[in-house]
Design a protein around this ligand. Structure first.
Ligand code: ADP
Ligand code: ASP
Ligand code: MG
Length: 439
């Protein structure tokens, strides 16, 4: 079986759904199609939820109505017969009735997640009707029946595998399946999600669960580029990346991939291909065990980073100090991204301020602490990067004018990370493009 995931822009217009239907029927292998919400829908649902949280019911009503209008005209363009249009309108009515009811009850975390799930539920149901119209035999599988989180809110791959096996066994002769990306159930049985951009993660988890031959991520660009195309003018697609390289780029901000979507495919050694729905013949990027080549491949940037400098003169020669610090972060389930140490200080970065106050209060008991917000991690990634001739010299020559606040090098064979104030991000990415990539 192969997995084909299509992102928001790939299904965001009726003609794109038409294109997707052609792509998924090109070869004979059994295929699981994973769809995102139509582009813009999840953002709209986030806004609706925010309005409800701020008790601005009027704004929420207006946003729901505007979104519903979009779906009504989408149906008119997507489907031609009255019967299928009628079915589609019924589906949309049901989902928007739910969104209207949410305005009458108080918003909870669980309800918020229910609201966010509506996008993928609608896109897959509409796409399924379109396939029906085109007489393309398929089965629509509800992701909520198999996509399961464990008690730590991490995907439970063993359960996903078991459930999918059972579900698929009921359709031994079917070749085409469609399901929702992003949405899942948590350990309490509530509707939950895999965080923004999570449909990539769904695709990779399903690929690992069914031991797929390939996991194709179809999007609006021809693969992973060497730099962020939203920030830098001249960027080029990368032919091949290793799982480790791709995982680092995804984690450190390359938006084309969900931050943690590589590990399931890597676990089962399933190649991941990044392909362009708008340009299907472009080679794209293949991600597999082997890196293909040595040296610098790409740079990515992750914003909203908080740097914490922890200083203690008592740390000098004191064993156990790092453990005490790490225990504080562990207690508040806050992962550390970058770390550098000197004789008397440890600097770390985190990407969430959810427990910042508590963390700082506890650290203050053992050391003096300084905090800097609005930082960006810039990660330069490439297989055996250290073996690249004068890579550090080239890098620091290129960004000479940037005030770098932390450097992490040598932690892995394929990453050099810098911490910079976010105001320097655009400049830094542009300078690196010239200095390291000659673009
Ligand atoms: P989808 O809706 O298909 O999931 P996304 O918007 O999540 O698509 O991801 C694709 C986008 O990621 C591209 O349009 C591009 O602007 C952005 N992007 C950021 N960094 C990179 C990169 N290094 N290579 C390719 N695309 C990138
Ligand atoms: N629709 C979700 C989002 O916009 C998931 C995804 O597109 O991958 O974040
Ligand atoms: Mg995405």
């Amino acid at each position: 079986m192969k997995i084909m995931k299509f992102g928001g822009t790939s299904v965001g217009k009726p003609e794109r759904m038409h294109q997707v239907s052609q792509l998924i029927t090109r070869d004979k292998e059994a295929t699981m199609v994973v769809l995102s919400a139509l582009s813009g829908t999840t953002n709209a649902l986030v806004e609706i939820s925010k309005s409800l949280a701020s008790t601005n019911k009027k704004a929420a009503v207006e946003k729901v109505e505007a979104l519903e209008k979009q779906y009504r005209s989408f149906i008119l363009e997507l489907l031609s017969g009255e019967v299928l249009r009628g079915k589609a309108n019924e589906i949309i009515t049901e989902h928007f009735e739910f969104l209207r009811i949410t305005q009458k009850i108080s918003l909870s975390d669980a309800l918020n997640k229910d609201i966010l799930a509506q996008g993928e539920l609608m896109s897959t149901k509409l796409f399924s009707l379109y396939l029906e119209q085109e007489k393309i035999d398929h089965v629509l599988l509800p992701a909520l029946d198999f996509m399961q989180l464990d008690a730590n809110d991490e995907p439970d791959l063993a359960v996903i595998e078991l459930k999918l096996k059972e579900i698929l066994a009921a359709y031994p002769t079917k070749k085409l399946f469609v399901t929702q990306g992003y949405i899942c159930r948590n350990a309490k049985g509530e509707v939950d999600n895999l965080k923004r951009g999570g449909s990539d993660y769904t695709a990779s988890l399903i690929a690992a669960a069914v031991k797929a031959s390939v996991c194709e991520i179809w999007t609006d660009i021809d693969g992973m580029h060497n730099n962020d195309p939203r920030v830098v003018d001249k960027t080029v697609a990368i032919e091949q990346l290793s799982f480790d390289e791709a995982a680092e780029l995804a984690y450190f901000g390359a938006k084309i991939l969900h931050p943690t979507c590589i590990w399931p495919a890597q676990l089962e050694n399933i190649p991941v291909k990044l392909l362009n729905t708008m340009q299907p013949s472009a080679a794209g990027t293949v991600i597999k065990k082997e890196a293909g080549s040595v040296g610098v491949k790409a740079v990515a940037a992750k914003d909203n980073i908080i740097a914490i400098k922890i200083k203690s003169s008592r740390m000098l020669l004191a064993y156990g100090f790092l453990r005490k610090i790490f225990e504080v972060f562990e207690k508040y389930k806050t992962p550390i991204d970058m770390i550098t140490t000197s004789e008397v200080a440890v600097s770390v970065t985190i990407d969430t301020d959810v427990h910042l106050e508590e963390i700082l209060a506890e650290l203050n008991l053992i050391a003096s602490v300084e905090v800097e917000k609005d930082q960006t991690i810039v990660s330069i990634v490439g297989n055996e990067i250290a073996k690249t001739e004068s890579v550090l010299k080239k890098l620091f020559d290129a960004i000479n004018e940037v005030p770098v606040t932390m450097v992490s090098y040598g932690g892995s064979h394929h990453n050099i990370s810098l911490l910079i104030p976010s105001t320097y991000k655009t400049k830094t990415l542009q300078l690196i493009n010239k200095g390291l990539f000659n673009l």
